[in-house]
Design a protein around this ligand. Structure first.
Ligand code: SF4
Ligand code: SF4
Length: 100
């Protein structure tokens, strides 16, 4: 019997690019993104990820971020719970075609 696969998504936030505009927070229905209360060395309160929230992979955050500061990776999980990293999505959510 073929293994049943489900997808999970890993979010990566590139803090060095974030300017704290909060657009990503406004579109994330999963509540995965929040603003860091502590300003960074540039005095900017950047976006940060909430570990206990689950990303649905909707890609709205990557689409709206003007700084291309968010990357989403799709992870494939089989019934054993093992995870295989799939090809990472490019910044701004464009998914490269899988070859081979
Ligand atoms: S891909 Fe969707 S659910 Fe995941 S962090 Fe971005 S907006 Fe939220
Ligand atoms: S949309 Fe981009 S630049 Fe704006 S707060 Fe989110 S990660 Fe930072």
């Amino acid at each position: 019997m073929a293994k049943e696969k489900k997808h999970e998504f890993a979010v990566r936030l590139l803090g060095e690019y974030c300017k704290g505009c909060r657009l990503c927070i406004s579109v994330c229905e999963a509540g995965k993104i929040a603003i860091d209360p502590a300003p960074n060395e540039r005095g900017i309160q950047t976006a940060r990820l909430l570990r206990h929230r689950r990303c649905s992979g909707c890609l709205r955050c990557t689409a709206i971020c003007p700084e291309a500061a968010i990357e989403i990776d799709r992870l494939e999980t089989d019934q054993t719970g093992a995870q295989n990293d799939e090809r990472p999505r490019q910044r701004n959510g464009i998914i490269p075609e899988k070859h081979g």
